[in-house]
Design a protein around this ligand. Structure first.
Ligand code: PEP
Length: 253
């Protein structure tokens, strides 16, 4: 079965109520056929989740940018899976490179969060990616396979993989304007699918969506979307510009 194209917009720590209004109005004007045929998801900062969820067409998903693996308790500043569910939030970005590098999230923490999300009924957008230093030291696949292994250990069954989207986001391409070439992205996506086939199962490798993130914009999305193994995008900066994000959401396969 063909994998459903996925486009996620990660606002990071950007935006305000005016942007909520602009973006939700803009996205709601997307063609109904497109909305029904693709998974489009936006990830605003926590304070805006409810406003975005309320304003947005129900065919468009809303994601948290993070979550905590524990259900409740003395974890000041954290947000649980149950709270997200309570707000009708169905997705979460987990293990974004900014969480890993700026907030010291280790592979084990990312895996714990993926496990908690899946156990609690939240769809996980699980991020992996190598730094420039790792790529230049020829460690790209070693790093990506290590990150994948931890995530895979948190996914309890073949069926649970239906609720995971893997986002390959080379750290050197995030927010830098330096997009991976279609060939660079394809090489990694093919390798990740092979890894899944060898370490999880052929069925999982065939069905899991592997999306690309890193300086995707309205101009370069067309060439990337044509690559068979790229099942969509995770978009940062360009997701804040309504017309650009709509173009990316509509990128032809
Ligand atoms: C991201 O934040 O996941 C991302 C890919 O950012 P950008 O598109 O700005 O590179």
């Amino acid at each position: 079965m063909a994998r459903r194209f996925f486009v996620g917009g990660n606002w990071k720590m950007n935006g305000d109520q005016a942007l909520v209004e602009t973006l939700t109005t803009g996205l709601n004007s997307l063609d109904e056929g497109l909305l029904a045929s693709r998974d489009l998801v936006v990830a605003p900062p926590f304070p805006y989740l409810t406003a975005v969820r309320t304003a947005l067409n129900k065919h468009i998903g809303v994601a948290a940018q993070n979550l905590h693996a524990k259900a409740s308790g003395a974890f000041t500043g954290e947000v649980s899976v149950g709270m997200l569910k309570d707000l009708d939030i169905k997705w979460a970005v987990i293990g974004h490179s900014e969480r890993r590098s700026l907030f010291a999230e280790a592979d084990e923490t990312v895996a714990e969060k993926v496990g908690a999300a899946l156990a609690g009924g939240i769809e996980a957008i699980a991020c992996i990616g190598e730094t420039l230093a790792e790529r230049e030291a020829d460690k790209t696949f070693e790093v990506l396979f290590r990150q994948m292994k931890h995530i895979a250990q948190a996914v309890s069954s073949e069926a649970a993989w239906d609720h995971v989207v893997v986002a390959y986001e080379p750290v050197w391409a995030i927010g830098t304007g330096k997009v991976a070439t279609p060939e660079q992205a394809e090489e990694v996506h093919v390798a990740l699918r092979k890894w899944l086939s060898e370490h999880v199962s052929a069925a999982v490798a065939a069905k899991v969506r592997i999306i690309y993130g890193g300086s995707v914009n309205a101009k370069n999305c067309g060439d990337l979307a044509k690559i068979a193994d790229i099942d969509g995008f995770l978009v940062g900066g360009a997701s804040l510009k309504v017309d650009d994000f709509k173009t990316i959401c509509s990128a032809p396969r």
